[in-house]
Design a protein around this ligand. Structure first.
Ligand code: FES
Length: 604
């Protein structure tokens, strides 16, 4: 079959050439090139968000596609990528993607980790002219008790210094687990480790210096598997329906990780070959995709994967760009859909706190409850609404995302965007605030229905679009605006009810009330901007004293970092795993009734 050239242009004009075939779906081609095609419906043609500008030969416009596009957009050559198949050479401009793929995230504010790695200075005998002893033998003799595992490049580098007749040579060695893994040289050469949090919607990476525990950089990127669906179930179905589906999703994950590594190394003179250790956390399905393992066990009860304990293998065996010898350690998992990410969150919990609730708000909401003696964990299928998915103006937290929404005393709504930039969309914390404000202002009722009789003012505008109601939220000072519609509010209700019903179920099991708890830990990509009052108001959390709420940010990523830099944290991860009992929410007889009840808004 003849290959067709497709040129992709990112918003900053960077060109990428890729090759494809006639009939290939454009959205898939964009995603396989590790660019973000946008969209939140997994390519089902229902969100209208995978807009790209095209010059060249693609399949004709369909009636359904044209319903999503304005006449002026069509005139500019804008199309929805998931509707287009490639017919000939193409220029594709990605400047319409609502959400940037790559973004830097802040480094953790504190990292009280003690590095387990050390550099040691030692001397090897010079090469004698009369009875030469091979270089590696002399190194082993100089480092009794250590295993020498140097790469061929490293040995060749040392060989250049080792001339016959030269006296003893001073060397610096990087030692990990009693293994001499790298000759560091006279100049300081970095020894990096990577902590990865692979979520359903986003991936996070922290690059740390293994010799002193310093976090060098952090990065985040969208999980490109989302072209096959925004939740794990759609991706599992894809693998079951398509013969090479699992292989595709595995490759996407590895490409995603390698592209983050390239991003982290971008302005450094060093290379990925200086990465010697990786720790990984994520939900069980993502961890199976990482390893390319069959995910059929997650498709139906009893929802079980192929492994649950800590696993160690060579990162290079998976095609991850690191030093050849770098170990990749997957932290232990809990069971069902509760994975290593939840265990990693628990590494951030203070040992003094006995009764606590920990909620990791993501596409799956993981909930852990401790009563001082026992610990239970559950996973609630929240969907991606709190990460901006399935929301018409939704996006991941990044520049231009509405992250906080307020209501003033006179009932007017105002909002804040990340970085003070022009509005691009709304992210999770903003969505929770907005729904809370709309409920308090009576723009939506107890059932989440948009109230046509509300007291509308200049900051909220009501429209009827083809028989369905939507609200436009307007900043009266800057005239910027964004939209929320009835379906978006429904998605928030489904997400908050799944998590809240999970919380109620575990509290009932432990025979506790929320007031009995010492702390409620809130983890997720929200950072510290999530407002406890908004969470109470929409019923996401049971109402407790605000002082008991602790926002711990991306605790899964921080836990992966702790495990990277501390053997003690790795051991603690195993201990948490052994203590926790997994609760399958679907088996709880009260769950369904509780879920329906929690869909509504009430001041709980
Ligand atoms: Fe294309 Fe949703 S319409 S991804």
């Amino acid at each position: 079959m003849q290959e067709i050239q497709v040129n992709l242009y990112s918003p900053d004009g960077e060109k990428m050439i890729c090759w494809s075939y006639k009939g290939k779906n454009l959205r898939e081609v964009i995603a396989l090139s590790n660019r973000d095609p946008g969209g939140s419906c997994g390519g089902r043609g229902t969100c209208g968000k995978c807009k790209v500008r095209i010059q060249g030969d693609v399949s004709p416009l369909t009636a359904t596609e044209s319903e999503f596009l304005l006449p002026e957009e069509l005139n500019q050559g804008i199309r929805l990528a998931c509707f287009c198949t490639i017919q000939g050479p193409l220029e594709v401009y990605l400047d319409y993607a609502p959400d940037s793929n790559k973004k830097r995230i802040g480094k953790p504010k504190h990292h009280p980790f003690k590095a387990q790695f050390k550099t040691e200075i030692f001397f090897i005998d010079g090469l004698e002219k009369t009875s030469p002893v091979p270089l590696l033998k002399r190194i082993s003799n100089a480092l009794p008790g250590y295993t020498v595992s140097l790469s061929p490049e490293n040995i060749n580098e040392l060989a250049k210094l080792d001339r016959a007749g030269r006296p003893a040579l001073e060397l610096k060695a990087l030692i990990i687990d009693n293994q001499f893994i790298n000759y560091v040289g006279r100049k300081k050469r970095p020894a990096y480790g990577l902590a990865l949090d692979i979520g359903t919607t986003s991936l996070f990476a922290y690059l740390a210096d293994l010799t002193n525990g310093e976090v060098i950089k952090a990065a985040s990127t969208a999980n490109m598997q989302r072209i096959y669906g925004s939740d794990v179930m759609s991706r599992i179905s894809y693998c079951m329906e398509k013969e090479d589906g699992l292989e595709e999703l595995h490759k996407l994950m590895i490409n995603n990780i390698n592209s983050m590594i390239a991003d982290l190394m971008q302005d450094s003179s060093e290379s990925h070959e200086n990465i010697y250790q990786i720790t990984v956390v994520g939900n069980p399905v993502m961890l199976h995709f990482l390893l390319g393992l069959n995910v059929n066990g997650f498709a139906s009860a009893p929802y079980s994967g192929l492994f649950i304990d800590k696993m160690q293998l060579k990162a290079s065996a998976l095609g991850i760009n690191t030093d050849q010898k770098a170990n990749l350690i997957i932290l232990p998992q809990i069971g069902g859909f509760a994975g290593a990410d939840t265990i990693a969150c628990l590494l951030n919990v203070s040992p003094q706190v006995r009764k606590f609730l920990l909620i990791d708000i993501g596409t799956n909401g993981e909930i852990v409850l401790a009563d001082g003696k026992k610990i239970w964990a559950a996973s609630a299928a929240a969907g991606p609404a709190f990460e901006g998915g399935k929301i018409s103006s939704g996006m991941r937290a990044g520049p231009g995302a509405v992250d906080q929404v307020y209501m003033s005393d006179d009932g007017r709504i105002a909002f804040n965007t990340i970085g003070g930039e022009l509005v691009k969309g709304i992210c999770g914390s903003g969505i929770i605030d907005l729904v809370s404000v709309l409920y308090s202002g009576k723009y939506i009722d107890h059932f989440g229905i948009i109230n046509e009789a509300a007291d509308y003012n200049g900051s909220v505008h009501l429209d009827d679009v083809n028989g369905s109601l939507q609200l436009t939220i307007i900043d009266e000072q800057t005239a910027q605006s964004f939209i929320i519609n009835q379906q978006d509010i429904r998605e928030v209700q489904l997400a908050k009810s799944a998590i809240r019903t999970g919380i109620d179920t575990l509290l009932r099991l432990a025979n506790l009330t929320a007031q009995d708890l010492d702390v409620i830990y809130l983890a997720g990509a929200f950072g510290n901007v999530l407002k406890a009052d908004s969470c109470f108001n929409i019923g996401l959390l049971p109402r407790v004293s605000v002082a008991k709420i602790a926002c711990i940010g991306n605790a899964a990523g921080e836990g992966a970092l702790r495990a990277l830099l501390s053997d003690k944290a790795l051991t603690e991860a195993d201990i948490w795993q052994q203590k926790i009992s997994y609760v399958e929410l679907a088996n709880d007889s009260n769950f369904q009734a509780g879920f329906i009840d929690n869909l509504n808004f009430k001041n709980s």
